[in-house]
Design a protein. Structure first.
Length: 234
C-alpha cells in the first residue's frame, strides 16, 4: 500500500484515487534536501532527480471544469460565426450607395395654370397671328415671378406647341410682341407679365392642339388642350 502525500489516502494505484495526486508523474525524492517532486530537477535546490519521468495518466475530467471548457468553446464558436456574418454585411453597406434622402414631391401635370418652380403660369389662348414673314400660331400666357428675388424672363417657362401630336417649330413674331424682346428685362418679385410665343404653321390650322409649359423635368408642367383656335383674351 502507498500513502498519498497529498491527502494521506492509502492505495495501490499509480495515482491517488481520491485526489488524483501522482497522475501526471511519479514523485521522486531529492537526495540533497529531501523535497518530493515530479520534476526532473528539485524545485527547491535544483538538484537533478534520478529516474525518468512517467508519462501522465488520464484523469476523469471534473464536471465543473468540463462545463467551463464547453462554454468557452461554444462562446468562441458563436463569436466566430457572428464575425463571419457581420463583416461581409458591413463591407457591403460601405460599398453600397446611400439611399436617396430627397423628399421633393414628384412633378405634376397641371391643367391650364399652376406653379412651375418659382413661377406661376396661366395659359390664356391659342390664336392665329402675324409673324415677321408669314402667319403663325400665337400662344399667349401669363407669367408671374413668385420668387423672392428679381428675375429675367429668359429664366422663365419653356413653351412647346403640338398640332395633331406633331411638335411645331418656333417662329419670330412682330417686333415688340415676341418673347425674345423681353429676355433682357428684369421683373421684381410678384410681377405678372403677358407673354406671347410664336410657332410656325406647317400643316394647316386645324386642331387639336397641345400647349405645354415647363422649366425642367424635375418640376411641374402646365398643359392645355385646344380643339380649335381661340380668340385672345382681352
Amino acid at each position: 500500500m502507498t500513502q498519498c502525500p497529498s491527502c494521506n489516502t492509502e492505495h495501490n494505484s499509480p495515482h491517488c484515487p481520491n485526489c488524483g495526486f501522482g497522475a501526471r508523474d511519479t514523485l521522486r525524492t531529492c537526495p540533497r534536501c529531501g523535497k518530493q517532486s515530479n520534476y526532473n530537477h528539485c524545485p527547491d535546490c535544483g538538484e537533478k532527480l534520478a529516474g525518468a519521468a512517467v508519462p501522465a495518466l488520464a484523469l476523469p475530467l471534473d464536471p465543473a471544469r468540463a462545463r467551463r471548457l464547453i462554454f468557452i468553446v461554444l462562446s468562441v464558436f458563436i463569436v466566430f460565426l457572428a464575425l463571419c456574418v457581420a463583416v461581409p454585411l458591413a463591407m457591403r453597406s460601405m460599398s453600397s450607395p446611400s439611399p436617396s434622402t430627397d423628399t421633393t414631391a414628384e412633378p405634376q401635370i397641371l391643367q391650364g395654370e399652376g406653379d412651375i418652380g418659382d413661377y406661376y403660369v396661366k395659359i390664356l389662348s391659342l390664336t392665329r397671328g402675324e409673324g415677321r414673314h408669314d402667319d403663325v400660331f400665337v400662344v399667349t400666357y401669363e407669367w408671374t415671378n413668385n420668387s423672392d428675388r428679381d428675375q429675367t424672363y429668359g429664366r422663365g417657362a419653356y413653351v412647346n406647341l403640338y398640332q395633331n401630336s406633331v411638335q411645331l417649330g418656333r417662329a419670330f413674331g412682330p417686333p415688340g410682341e415676341d418673347s425674345t424682346d423681353k429676355d433682357h428685362l428684369v421683373f421684381l418679385p410678384g410681377t405678372t407679365v403677358t407673354i406671347q410665343e410664336h410657332f410656325k404653321q406647317t400643316g394647316g390650322w386645324e386642331g387639336p392642339f397641345h400647349v405645354e409649359l415647363s422649366r425642367t423635368d424635375r418640376e411641374n408642367k402646365v398643359v392645355m388642350i385646344f380643339e380649335e383656335l381661340t380668340e385672345a383674351q382681352p
